[in-house]
Every structure is written in structure tokens, then in C-alpha cells.
Design a protein around this ligand. Sequence first.
Ligand SMILES: [Fe+2]
Ligand SMILES: [Fe+2]
Length: 172
Amino acid sequence: MLSRERIDAIVRHYGRDILEHEHMEIERRSLQHGDVTTYEHSLRVARLSVAIADRLHLWRHVDLRALVRAALLHDYFLYDWHDYDGGSHRMHGFRHPYTAEANARADFELDDIVSNSIRTHMFPLTPIPPRYLEGVIVNVADTVSAVRETLASRLSRWKRADAARRGSTLRP
Ligand SMILES: [Fe+2]
Ligand SMILES: [Fe+2]
């Protein structure tokens, strides 16, 4: 089983140019779920995707480079979705996979595994399922990360409100 350090090294090895690209500055400034930025979320999805491939012994079935790159680029839509479509956020859910793919194609060379996995990462919200195993893994890792990040931020907000109500400060 791979250690966290090894997983991190794999993500940085295959995704260094993406992580260092100037457009990642936009992801660093944009909030995704709660107080987690799109950059942190993408990194998390990439680490979790590698961990899933490892835990399920899928090494012979996945293209590791494509898996890491699809995960890092899956939300490469390059805006803060809280500012999108007049605050309704409805169309963002459907459209952002296509925007992310177009942006990623403009900045990097994409093979079909990466582009299909980016485009289908919101399935079943969008109608077409991933064609490749890498896309299925990114889809699952994204869903798990989104739920975790949203819950963590709600929980910390609730803890702060609860502490304020009790007039005390909770220990970290
Ligand atoms: Fe997304
Ligand atoms: Fe995502």
C-alpha cells in the first residue's frame, strides 16, 4: 500500500507542469467547497484517485499519468463558480466539465483518456458516463472529496456557532 508521501510524489511527478501553470493561480484564488480552493480540491482528487487505484490493485489497468492529469484538470474551468450565472449556480454544474476540457486543451496536450475523463466527471448529472476506468476513478474521487469538503466546512461552521452560543472557546 502506497504511503501518503509516495502518492504525493506520483501526483507531482506526473502533474508538475499543471500544478506550476500560471492559470493555477486562478484555482488558488477560487473557492470550490466551503473554504477549500479549487486548487486544493483538485490536488485532493488527484491524491485520492491514485490511492483508489492502489487500494483496488488497478495498476495494470490504469494509465497512471492520464489518471493524475485528468484528476488535476477535472475542474479547470478557471473562474470562481460562486460568481457564475448570476448566483444561481445551476448551469455551472452542467457546463463546467466542458469548459474545463476546453481550457485544459488550450494549455496542455490531452489524450482521449484525459479529455473524456474531464468531460464526464459530473456523471450522472451530465448524461454520458466515463469511457475509461481512469474517468470512473476520478468521478468517484471527486464525489468523495466534494462530500468530505462540504461536510468539514459545515461542521467547522457549526462548531464555531455552538462555541459562541455556549460563550466558550472549543479546544482545537
Ligand atoms: Fe467538477
Ligand atoms: Fe471537482
